[in-house]
Design a binder for this molecule. Structure first.
Ligand code: PXG
Length: 441
């Protein structure tokens, strides 16, 4: 098949978040996928320990989702989302709103997590403006947070390499401290006992900047990209209380935690905390067609529904907002999640997954292991050459020698399999990972 044949020139494609030069010397090519596996162009089968990039929660190329996309492409390829609507956009928004807790019941569509984040940040600042509190412009993120790569997302984000060469970004931003502390939390399963008090740092930021200048706080309920940092017990509840006390909006970036990763439709449900907005992407279409979005509470939507009837209420949106293919994929994906009970499945597998991943404790160079939901991270001690090298070697070894795919964050190996993973495949993932760890030690 020509589509899966290996290309003969790798130069033109500038790859994202990739060491381009080493890749082009020894490519890690993926050409086909089904359920829990990828295949290389040569036909070697790899176990997917990463759900692609945290997104393929229903497993790869699932028939009902593929069919829905094919049928939609034939029926209507594109429809303009400004001033016109396609029926599936309304159906999908209704389904998502029904899955979200509380009065989070209006859905705005974008095409990625980064766009979802920019949308939520703009909605927050815009909301205060239309409420007559235009002074509330400051945004609070968190150290080690990842909110995509738009200027808004990197401004509130807390990963230095993603920020440091990009100039001033958004001006009025501050950050909460990260919640990770190895001494207090090493080898934790689920939410660590230590660390709820770190939410009190928000009080210090309010004291410094004054609440009247703060629009919103944005956090990942579980920090994924940086290497799986679960929220300390009580931390998110505390953040909600402090935001309420000072009238600050709380945004959960659930691009990774949405759609089953923590055993629920949203982490907001797992933690019993209702944010003012939820950012989603990835799992909404199980990675098949790009889609992201924001779920906003009724009060936020209502605040904008003012002025003459013919007037646009929010000057924001994308050509591909609510793209028909993405909407069709989203509806079919939610059907699969529901019919196969994949969120409940994740919840049931969580202790089995945690036991399996934590069994890697004691292997050479393993400095910490964290698990939460169907996610796990293994911190390896950095190589003497410097940080990042051992992690990179591990990913390379996994692909080339152990027929396993996972993500790395520096020297941290990150596992986040599709939610259809069997218990035997959990065992296989961990066995392969153990071989990788020994090989790079
Ligand atoms: N927010 C969060 C919480 C994310 O995890 C984004 C926003 C941005 O989404 P887009 O669709 O614009 O990429 C993300 C993305 C990793 C990894 O290795 C994680 C992401 C992206 C790439 C790699 O953990 N998350």
């Amino acid at each position: 098949m020509t589509t899966s044949a290996a290309p003969n020139n790798l130069e033109a494609y500038w790859m994202p978040f990739t060491s381009n030069r080493s890749f082009k010397k020894a490519p890690r090519m993926l050409a086909r996928a089904k359920d829990m596996h990828y295949w290389t162009p040569e036909g070697r089968k790899l176990l997917d320990g990463a759900a692609g990039l945290w997104c393929v929660n229903a497993g790869h190329s699932r028939e009902p989702i593929v069919k829905a996309i094919q049928e939609q492409a034939a029926e209507m390829d594109f429809s303009p989302p400004f001033q016109f609507g396609n029926p599936k956009a309304f159906q999908l928004a209704t389904r998502i709103a029904a899955m979200a807790p509380g009065d989070l019941d209006h859905v705005f569509f974008a095409n990625s997590g980064s766009e979802a984040v920019d949308t939520a940040l703009k909605m927050a600042i815009g909301y205060w403006n239309v409420q007559g509190q235009g002074g509330r412009q400051r945004l609070i993120g968190r150290v080690r947070g990842y909110h995509g790569v738009g200027f808004g997302g990197i401004s509130v984000g807390g990963l230095s390499p993603n920020r440091k060469i990009y100039g001033t970004m958004l001006a009025a931003v501050d950050h909460l401290p990260a919640t990770y502390n190895r001494v207090e939390q090493a080898f934790s399963r689920g939410e660590p006992e230590w660390g709820a008090h770190l939410a009190d740092e928000l009080e210090n930021l309010v004291a410094l900047h004054d609440a009247s200048t703060i629009a919103a706080v944005i956090v990942e309920p579980m920090a994924g990209s940086t290497g799986v940092i679960a929220p300390p017990k009580g931390y998110l509840q505390k953040l909600r209380q402090i935001c309420d006390k000072h009238g600050i909006l709380l945004i959960f970036d659930e691009v990774i935690t949405g759609f089953g990763r923590l055993g629920y439709a949203f982490a907001a449900e797992r933690y019993g905390v209702i944010p003012d907005m939820i950012c989603f992407a990835k799992g909404i279409t199980s990675g098949t067609v790009p889609m992201g979005g924001v779920i906003a509470r009724k009060g936020i939507y209502d605040a904008f529904m003012k002025g003459p009837d013919h007037a646009v209420e929010l000057f924001h949106g994308y050509t591909y907002s609510a793209h028909p293919l993405a909407c069709a994929a989203g509806l079919a994906t939610l059907d699969v999640y529901e019919k196969e009970g994949l969120f409940e499945r994740a919840r049931k597998l969580e202790p089995i997954w945690a036991d399996a991943v934590h069994s890697l404790k004691g292997l050479p160079g393993v400095a910490d292991i964290r698990t939460i939901g169907m996610a796990g991270a293994i911190d390896l001690a950095p190589s003497p050459v410097g940080p990042g090298k051992r992690g990179f070697e591990a990913m390379d070894e996994a692909y080339h020698k152990q027929d396993l795919l996972f993500r790395i964050a520096g020297d941290t190996l990150v596992l986040s399999p599709p939610l259809i993973i069997s218990e035997a495949q959990i065992g296989e993932t961990v066995e392969k990972t153990a071989k990788v760890i020994k090989a790079v030690a």
